[in-house]
Design a protein around this ligand. Sequence first.
Ligand code: BGP
Length: 486
Amino acid sequence: MERKYIFPDNFLWGGATSANQCEGAAREDGKGWTTSDTSLFIADSKKRIQQMLSPMTTDKVRKALGDTKGFYPKRQGIDFYHHYKEDIALFAEMGFKTFRLSISWARILPNGDDKHPNEKGLQFYENVIDELLKYNIEPLVTLSHYEFPLELSFRQNGWASRKTIDAFEHFVTILFERFKGKVKYWITFNEMNVIGMTGYLSGGLLADKYENPDNPNQDYFQAAHHQLVAAAKAARALRSIDPEAQIGCMIVRFENYPDTPNPLDVLASLKSDQENFLMSDVLMKGSYPGYSKRLFAEKNVHIEMTKEDLEILANYTADFVSFSYYMSGVVGGTNSEKTTGNILDSKQNPFLKKSEWGWQIDPVGLRITLNKMYDRYQKPIFIVENGLGAKDELTDELTVHDTYRINYLRSHIEQIGEAIDDGVEVIGYTPWGCIDLVSASGNEMSKRYGFIYVDIDDKGQGTGKRYRKDSFAWYKNVIKTNGESL
Ligand code: BGP
């Protein structure tokens, strides 16, 4: 018998993007420089991801800002800044109920902590939000997605400084006041649990300014603590400005299986979960979990936290938990063969196939993760990223036959349906890069996730025209039938 999945009536089907990967217009209308503006396109694909994960220094940043020869894809994006009306019309045609975007901090406060906001920046986001609301699409807004105002990196080493909490609170207060009644769902930091790997991009950290150059973990975890306090302060601000709205935390989920039934491998998997859930544990439960003591001791990290920090964390927990999920991994054991993955490499799992980028495809892992998270938090869950990065080919009929993407998404949505049947409260699903955009790790256009093809290549050449892929009609039908047509 064919299995039918029942999704809640108000399930938020949609798609996800980030400002730094799609807007472009890096210097338009008063926007300040951000960390993502220094990501250079590197022809050698093997070296691409290293750039994202390598520490940056003041000198390297200054050099990139003054460079007139290299190509910096995120400064151009897919020019969503000028195409948003056309793009949102396409999302509406697919029947989106929600759309995840992020707001570039430096578009609102070019120096990160300016007293008065840049009205042109605010107006741009207001136009986007109004355009979404025109089609009854709920904006789901991330306050910080893999970019940070560089001025605050130069001045105070980004999130390593406690002063950045105040700057962020000021930034989000401006947004909550301006978009009160219009935005119901906010997310504080994208994938905040990997600041140890994306310290420059999301934390604005410069290696030459580390407090402990011998142990960068100290700066990473101190920065993460500041972000946690800032997230709780954002929740406090939102509750007083717009009590109807909700705010969630967001992590990248690594479902890491034990390599064998050896208890040591099972322990390795448990430890991987603890490290993976650390940030969401704090924001969902209101305090640092018991295991954090040992984790910090093992990493030789001593976090400075005040009594007020702990009170704020306890009093302003997040309303929902959200995460990105692309793949699963394996830990422990003797298997030494590795494959690439989202941010982290992993050991190979012989039961799984991989994407063209080596990420292990595991729909059942999504169901496992959903169950684990719900057991842990008992709060609504929003899946705000999932998808298959692939090389697409535009045919002569100006479409893309992306059956591989449909298969990936179908198998994952089925497992969401299973998890809902398991009793998990899932409120929405926004596949990543619903319109093709610049890849976060590779700074390239060849790795595409979208339902909509954008005619731009890795070097930024192309007409910029948008075309519907096969997955466009398929997803439209999934939304129309609320998941029944899977
Ligand atoms: C997540 C990021 C996104 C996104 C996605 C896909 O980690 O939040 O910004 O890009 O991964 O990764 P990539 O673009 O490297 O394929």
